[in-house]
Ligand binder design. Structure first.
Ligand SMILES: CC(C)(COP(=O)(O)OP(=O)(O)OC[C@H]1O[C@@H](n2cnc3c(N)ncnc32)[C@H](O)[C@@H]1OP(=O)(O)O)[C@@H](O)C(=O)NCCC(=O)NCCS
Length: 142
């Protein structure tokens, strides 16, 4: 569970209403679907953070599906910068189910995803110092 301070630093990246076509064999949200949503949300956020559309996924950390998600529920994906490397940014992503009646949310899955900045040929290139400094100044970095 995250502290109140940590939660405040998160940004909403995407919202997903769960449809019948998103379900797996047991009537729960299909795990691969959630992973695809997380990867896409993370890639979009990484591109926004690093000021470039060319970010590729290199690593997804352990994923524990803590809570089943059902048809009709709303899932929200939140993220924040966890750390910068030379050519990469690692994001902390959290997926939460959102109750539309009460506004209460509960955590479904939390993981880190690492994205690498690449050039037109797909080779890694450094994330700009300007981007890293911007995050340091805003105290977004750990
Ligand atoms: C991303 C890619 C260009 C990196 O190439 P590479 O030869 O591994 O490059 P490098 O060794 O210079 O490493 C680049 C970054 O990846 C990280 N990295 C490489 N292998 C890693 C691994 N096994 N685990 C974690 N990070 C790794 C390095 O730490 C480095 O980050 P840093 O500069 O912040 O330290 C290459 O692995 C690739 O094209 N992968 C496929 C990406 C893809 O198609 N993703 C799915 C669709 S988006």
């Amino acid at each position: 569970m995250m502290s109140e301070k940590e939660l405040e630093e998160f940004q909403l990246i995407s919202t997903h209403p769960i449809k019948k076509s998103d379900l797996g064999f047991h009537g729960n949200l299909f795990g691969g679907k959630l992973l695809a949503w997380l990867d896409a949300a993370g890639a979009a956020f990484a591109a926004q953070v690093c000021d470039t559309p060319r970010m590729v996924t290199i690593k997804i950390d352990e994923c524990i599906f803590k809570k089943a998600s059902k048809e009709g529920q709303l899932l929200k994906i939140y993220g924040k910068v966890y750390e910068f490397g030379t050519t990469s940014v690692t994001l902390l992503l959290e997926c939460r189910s959102h109750n539309v009646y009460t506004g209460r949310q509960s955590s479904v899955l939390t993981t880190n995803i690492k994205f690498v900045r690449v050039d037109e040929s797909g080779d890694p290139i450094p994330v700009s110092e300007r981007v890293k400094n911007k995050f340091k100044q805003n105290n977004y970095e750990r």
